[in-house]
Design a protein around this ligand. Structure first.
Ligand SMILES: NC(=O)c1ccc[n+]([C@@H]2O[C@H](COP(=O)([O-])OP(=O)(O)OC[C@H]3O[C@@H](n4cnc5c(N)ncnc54)[C@H](OP(=O)(O)O)[C@@H]3O)[C@@H](O)[C@H]2O)c1
Length: 311
């Protein structure tokens, strides 16, 4: 049976990818660090493999035997103030994770490796709709993931068949969209938004990210990058507007000055929030991928309905 080895399978995107890969008939082995993650992985029909991607271990033997690898693990990046020191740790840990994973793989037997990066690497590109060939201008976390992305060329030269995936602002019933939009709205609290001009973002439904990663395993071209984003960028306010409508609650904003955001979230996350992202999904669509939720108008009501049902 064809097998996939997944790192970060217990995370936000991983939770959309792993059950889908199991349902598609793959044997899915997921690297896990905790009992809680193990149980969740088993519950969706995947096989947990104990290990820490920051430390050598038996897990590397399991990774070496996989037909496909999906690398989603990232050092903790969300949930606390991101200081420069924390971002620098993120950068170093990300390099180490890649090194330990990639050094365990056999270029002759592994068929595809999906490397999940982030669009902050492309950064601010002004008002044009940009594609993967655009020269990156890393912003926010971008400068801290750039060394890992730039090192991929070395692994490619070693023969590893890497396909790069760049999801945009991933929304779903978890992560930042739950914390800053769904939860405050449901509690009838104000939704935070930064002062200043309203920016554009390229969002994408987490389930479409899971589907796109599965699609790229077979259809992605080695050494190519793919943006995973909706058909059109939207004003960032559009997301809470649609969430409030779907929840049937009024939308009220609490405007946060940039300097307060820098104090609470840190300068790096604040820079991400003040960056314009207008990205094209044309290359992904050329591979034959079809979005289930090509717009936030389609996706957000589904996220809200799903979240209310499982609460
Ligand atoms: N979420 C977004 O909006 C977004 C947007 C664009 C790109 N991305 C990229 O997509 C990838 C996945 O993002 P996500 O939001 O799903 O991340 P996430 O929810 O933060 O999950 C991170 C995952 O990495 C695992 N992990 C962390 N350190 C590990 C270690 N030392 N050993 C083994 N596993 C470890 C975690 O496992 P535990 O369960 O054990 O903690 C968890 O499964 C990341 O590379 C991120 O940069 C995310």
């Amino acid at each position: 049976m064809t097998s996939i080895f997944v790192t970060g399978g217990s995370g936000f995107i991983g939770s959309a990818f792993v059950p889908r890969a199991v349902a598609a008939g793959y044997t899915v082995r997921v690297l896990t660090r905790s009992e809680k993650s193990r149980a969740r992985i088993q519950a969706v029909g995947a096989v947990p493999v104990s290990g820490d991607v920051l430390q050598s271990g038996d897990w590397q033997g399991e990774a070496a035997q996989a037909d496909f690898v999906v690398h989603l693990a990232q050092p903790e990046a969300f949930g606390a103030r991101v200081t420069l020191k924390r971002a620098q740790n993120y950068r170093e840990q990300r390099l180490r994770m890649d090194e330990l994973l990639f050094s365990s793989l056999n270029p002759v037997t592994v068929r595809r490796i999906i490397y999940v990066a982030g669009t902050s690497y492309y950064g601010d590109q002004g008002s044009a709709l940009v594609n993967e060939a655009t020269r990156p201008n890393p912003k926010g976390f971008g400068p801290f993931i750039a060394p890992a992305i730039e090192r991929l060329s070395i692994y490619l030269e070693q023969g590893l068949p890497i396909v790069e995936a760049y999801p945009g602002w991933v929304y779903g019933a978890g992560s930042w969209f739950l914390e800053y939009n769904l939860a405050p709205l449901k509690a009838r609290k104000k939704v935070p938004r930064l002062t200043g001009p309203i920016k554009m973002a390229s969002p994408v439904h987490v389930e479409d990210v899971g589907r796109a990663l599965l699609h790229l395993l077979e259809k992605g071209t080695v050494a190519k990058r793919y943006f995973i984003v909706d058909d059109q960028p939207v004003r960032v306010n559009r997301l809470p507007e649609l969430a409030a409508q779907a929840l049937g609650v009024p939308l009220r904003f609490r405007t946060v000055p940039e300097f307060i955001s820098k104090l609470i979230l840190g300068p790096i996350v604040t820079e991400s929030l003040t960056t314009e992202f207008r990205l094209s999904n044309a290359r992904l669509k050329e591979t034959g991928f079809e979005f289930e939720f090509p717009t936030v108008e389609k996706g957000i009501p589904e996220v809200v309905a799903h979240w209310l049902k499982k609460r």
